[in-house]
Design a protein around this ligand. Structure first.
Ligand code: ZN
Length: 329
């Protein structure tokens, strides 16, 4: 069963998490494989999407935010898009769009950063929005300080954490066809945020970047974990091997119906509003050509079919106007 474990280093400003996705991950792969229109993902895409999904769970669990965390890579190579969406209750879904031939040994840059224009976006989409509120989005490139292409998703996300939160972070990510897993170690923010000393605190945080000896020692231990070990060892063994000299405080793991699990929140209504977005003329021309409009969910593979009567209903149903916006007719 998929599981998420959180822990602290007693008395030190360092926290950590390990996620192991098993059933949640194999369900995503199984659905893709059984989709006759697409077939299974190529191996390098499976590895990257698994890492994105594991990282999405770690990042969602690392913030106090009531909404979806969406981790996306927009590629400039054969992999055009890879996305994982994780809800606050840790239900998750993920998908990727492959547009070209993928070599069996394709690296991260060969997949998504051929011309160094690939990018990674982290979106926080609040569950309940006030009128006009947009999701928050942070975007980072897939290159380092000297424009060198990064070859590990973990490095891309470490950069993001440093830029967006001024927090040192160490990530180890790995995925196979049965497990997608991640280890996150992070320096905790200097306490006192949100009070009058806020600006002093954020400066103190920046001053600590790369300098906290406890964090540096633990980060070095964490970075010694190989992908093979992360995929094959159970969580207790990983923690014992890496941190046997440290004093860990562990929290109850989240697993089962409280843990990371596959779920898709697609619905006929959402697909309907997408068809409405196409416009009535476009919808009518698809109906004339094929007799129905068929839309498959990218995440779970569910097929939605709309015949002429359904389509007419979509376009005549009253659309909900957000408060403050003017009606168009
Ligand atoms: Zn779906």
């Amino acid at each position: 069963m998929s599981e998420l474990h959180k822990f602290l280093f007693d008395g030190l400003p360092v926290r950590g998490m390990i996620v192991r996705l098993t059933d949640a991950w194999t369900e995503i792969l199984r659905r893709r494989e059984s989709n006759n229109a697409t077939g299974a993902y190529p191996l390098p895409v499976r590895e990257l999407l698994g890492q994105i999904t594991a990282a999405g769970v770690l990042m969602q669990s690392n913030i106090k935010f009531n909404g979806a965390l969406i981790l996306q890579i927009f590629g400039d190579g054969p992999l055009k898009l890879a996305v994982a969406e994780v809800q606050p209750d840790l239900s998750l879904r993920a998908t990727a769009t492959v547009v070209g031939a993928v070599a069996a040994d394709a690296t991260l840059s060969q997949l998504v950063n051929v011309t160094n224009h690939g990018r990674c976006a982290i979106t926080l989409d609040p569950l309940s929005k006030f009128p006009g509120q947009r999701p928050y989005q942070g975007v980072v490139p897939l290159f380092g300080d000297r424009h060198e292409k990064l070859e590990k998703l973990s490095e891309v996300l470490e950069h993001y954490m440093l830029q967006s939160e001024q927090l040192d972070t160490t990530l180890v990510l790995a995925a196979s066809d049965t497990v997608a897993a991640g280890l996150l170690i992070q320096r905790m923010p200097v306490k006192g945020e949100g009070n009058l000393a806020g600006s002093m605190v954020s400066r103190a945080n920046e001053d600590e970047i790369g300098r906290n000896e406890d964090y540096n020692r633990i980060a070095t231990l964490a970075a010694s974990l190989t992908q093979e070990e992360l995929l094959t060892l159970d969580v207790d063994t990983v923690l014992r091997r890496l941190f046997w000299q440290e004093k860990l405080v562990r929290f109850a793991p989240r697993t089962g119906s409280d843990g990371p699990r596959f779920a898709c929140n697609c619905s006929s209504e959402r697909v309907g509003s997408m068809i409405r977005g196409l416009g009535q003329d476009e919808a009518a021309s698809i109906l004339a050509e094929r007799g129905e409009i068929e839309v498959g969910c990218e995440f779970c593979g569910k097929q939605y079919r709309f015949d002429a009567i359904d389509a007419a209903r979509i376009f005549t149903a009253p659309t909900v106007q957000p408060p403050g916006s003017s009606a168009t007719h």
